[in-house]
Design a protein. Structure first.
Length: 340
């Protein structure tokens, strides 16, 4: 089943998590673009508007997209219509790219998090999606022509587009399909440049370390409180030992750790300050959510942070395989309600 990495933190989350800090977790991993699988599947064009949930259908739970109702272990469930979802991506590219350089050049969505806002209970859950998840990725050329789908790390779907907006749309569609067609309302991505600018606008990011990470920076010792500069923040969250299988798990754990720190330091941030962070992100920020929607997140109470259950294999690159049974249970728990 889904793994919780925090427990009921009764703190108010603020939009700066989206605009700056979560993006830091992404960072650059030194790796080459993986070679797509040689086996082709039936051509299916991914539309820019993302996945559309089928209407008037009931299905038994399986590995395909689910419909308007799902029968799971003999119980019927319906989508929870009180939810709003936002997909956040921290992107390992700088803002001064050329669109012609984007297609397949290796830039990735190295941080993938789905914000799940319960508008009835005013609570927020966060689902961390492992960037190494092994799944079909749709490959396009420079003219947006669909070529084929091949099994790769999920983060690479971001690479096969000619603009940040289209990259976000492709990722939104792919993550939705991974979750059996769960609707995703908005997307938001932030580049490394955007992250640096936000941390600078904050005057640094205060973090108290609960473990020794001095192998990343001598200042990162257990018990120390450090106001991270943009450069230190980038080092902390870019670090990954690519010689170790599953090293991305450690980076995801640091993401949850930093968010817990922020809940203690950022409560009560006013809208004027949030606007400053929003503006600082500049061209590094890509989103289809308006500022009011982003600002509203700070009024929600964080409930839990979840990760996928699964196993790692290493071939040329790390491959994370989701436990499908646990995934089905998680999707039911987070996005569906039992029929009355």
């Amino acid at each position: 089943m889904a793994t919780k990495t925090t427990n009921n933190k009764a703190k108010i989350i603020v939009v700066v998590l989206i605009l700056g800090i979560i993006a830091i977790v992404g960072g650059v991993v030194v790796a080459l673009l993986s070679t797509p699988s040689a086996s082709l599947i039936e051509e299916t064009q991914v539309v820019e508007t993302g996945y559309t949930i089928p209407t008037s259908t009931t299905v038994e739970a399986d590995y395909d997209n689910w419909g308007d109702s799902v029968v799971y272990n003999g119980v019927t469930y319906y989508p929870n219509h009180h939810l709003t979802t936002l997909l956040f991506m921290g992107v390992d590219q700088n803002s001064d790219y050329e669109s012609s350089e984007l297609i397949g050049n290796g830039c990735r969505a190295d941080t993938i998090m789905l914000f799940i806002l319960d508008n009835e209970n005013n609570t927020l859950d966060i689902l961390e999606v492992n960037r190494d998840t092994w799944s079909p990725v749709d490959v396009y050329d420079h003219d947006r022509n669909y070529l084929y789908s091949g099994d790769m790390q999920l983060c690479l779907q971001y690479s096969f587009a000619d603009s940040p907006t289209r990259s976000c749309m492709l990722m939104k569609s792919k993550v939705s399909s991974l979750l059996y067609g769960v609707g995703i309302d908005y997307y938001c991505s932030l580049t490394l440049d955007g992250m640096r600018n936000v941390v600078e606008a904050m005057g640094g990011l205060p973090v108290t370390f609960d473990e020794n990470l001095s192998f990343i920076d001598p200042a990162f010792v257990e018990g120390a409180t450090v106001v991270l500069t943009p450069e230190q923040a980038e080092r902390l969250f870019r670090y990954r030992d690519i010689t170790q299988t599953g090293s991305n798990q450690g980076r995801m754990s640091r993401a949850a750790f930093v968010m817990q720190q922020l809940f203690d330091t950022m409560v009560g941030t006013d809208s004027e300050t949030l606007q400053t962070y929003y503006d600082a992100a500049g061209d590094g920020l890509t989103t289809d959510a308006d500022a009011d929607t982003l600002y509203s997140i700070r009024t929600y109470q964080l409930n839990n942070i979840y990760t996928f259950s699964g196993t790692y294999q290493t071939n040329t690159y790390d491959e994370f395989y989701i436990d499908e049974d646990a995934l089905q249970e998680m999707v039911i728990d987070l996005f569906y309600v039992e029929a009355e």
